[in-house]
Design a protein around this ligand. Structure first.
Ligand SMILES: Cc1cc2nc3c(=O)[nH]c(=O)nc-3n(C[C@H](O)[C@H](O)[C@H](O)COP(=O)(O)O)c2cc1C
Length: 330
């Protein structure tokens, strides 16, 4: 069965690949992922804060003052927990490249359009085949308009694109007032693909200790639903390929994402839970399902459940919403 796909300017044997995560920090794991059919290796992100010395210093200062401001500083990331520094990150790109034959996608994560973005050039020089730019940003300032947030994120995208000639994917959160418009603008800014979505890790509150508890819960297949909706909405409206990230645990999940319009299928939680071999099981399950249902390629199936043929996606959404609410039975 042919699972070939073209994503992010790369001809890949399969849409299935490991998503950005610490899995690519370990070379044995990277080889196991390739053996299990990961068609590319996505590296964990290198953060803007790790590159920008000034901010790096600021965070260290906050940590150093933690005795006097324990409650306040508990809100800040402990930078020393972020593993690979910029030099080690570049080295790791080279090591992963040498360890596998599949393309390596590096990842940068940041939110300001400033000098740190030059680092993208070094990532390319280190041998990355493509770059994923994670625009993980929570807008908390009441004086900052949605328009200014979007302009800044587009500026970051344009700057990175200007700095590299390798393909550039942008990984987004779902929290945009007009995501379809923003995705279109990203295309104009030079993005070659879009990854839907980031997962925001939602900290809990410890009401006894009066502390914030940063928690990282792995996804389940239900996480996929939000991605399916937006893949389906965007499929006919943007030209750049889309990857799904979030909630792919089974062959059926990967098939749904493809039918909604994905050309890349990134997996992290399922591999952390079950090991890299899970990717092989997902790929085999996809191939089996396609054979049983007489699909010859992913191209044939892609977008078959998008809103492509729907003249008015907005009316479709609202009528479904009303139908679901009206159909509820206790
Ligand atoms: C332990 C862990 C580390 C992650 N690190 C990164 C990262 O460095 N950069 C990034 O863009 N996403 C990172 N992610 C998010 C994943 O790439 C992915 O978007 C998210 O886990 C949803 O996919 P899943 O449902 O397959 O887990 C991380 C996720 C986990 C669980």
């Amino acid at each position: 069965m042919n699972l070939k796909t073209r994503y992010l300017g790369l001809d890949l044997d399969s849409p299935l690949m490991v998503g950005a995560s610490p899995l690519a920090n370990d070379l044995d794991m990277v080889k196991r992922l390739e053996d299990a059919g990961s068609s590319a290796i996505t590296m964990p992100s290198l953060f803007e804060e790790q590159i920008t010395r000034e901010q790096f210093g600021t965070l260290y200062d906050l940590e150093a003052g933690s005795e006097s401001f324990a409650e306040a500083t508990s809100y800040f990331a402990n930078v020393s927990e972020l593993r690979l520094g910029p030099d080690n990150y570049l080295e790791q790109i080279g090591k992963v490249k040498r360890a596998v034959n599949v393309p390596v996608i590096a990842s940068l994560n940041g939110v300001t359009a400033s000098g740190w973005l030059d680092f993208a050039k070094q990532i390319q020089q280190a041998g990355a085949d493509a770059l994923e730019l994670n625009l993980y940003y929570l807008a908390t300032n009441p004086l900052e308009t949605a328009d200014s947030v979007e302009k800044r994120l587009l500026e970051i995208t344009r700057t990175v694109k200007h700095n590299v000639s390798i393909p550039l994917a942008v990984k987004l959160s779902p929290f945009f007032t007009s995501l379809a418009h923003f995705a279109k603008m990203l295309e104009g800014a030079g993005a070659d693909a879009v990854v839907l979505f980031n997962r925001f890790y939602q900290p809990d509150l410890d009401i006894e200790a009066l502390e914030v508890e940063p928690s990282l819960s792995l996804s389940t297949s239900s996480t996929l639903r939000l991605r399916l909706r937006w893949l389906a909405v965007l499929h006919s409206q943007i030209a750049m390929p889309m990857a799904v990230s979030g909630g792919v645990h089974t062959p059926e999940d990967a098939i749904k994402a493809t039918m909604a319009g994905a050309t890349g299928v990134q997996v992290v939680s399922a591999l952390l839970k079950h090991g890299p071999e899970r990717l092989k099981a997902i790929g085999q399950g996809m191939a089996r399902w396609m054979e049983e249902h007489e699909y010859e390629s992913l191209d044939q199936m892609r977008g078959s459940l998008s809103l492509l043929k729907c003249p008015n996606p907005q009316a479709f959404e609202r009528s479904n919403y009303m139908r679901v609410l009206a159909g509820w039975k206790a």
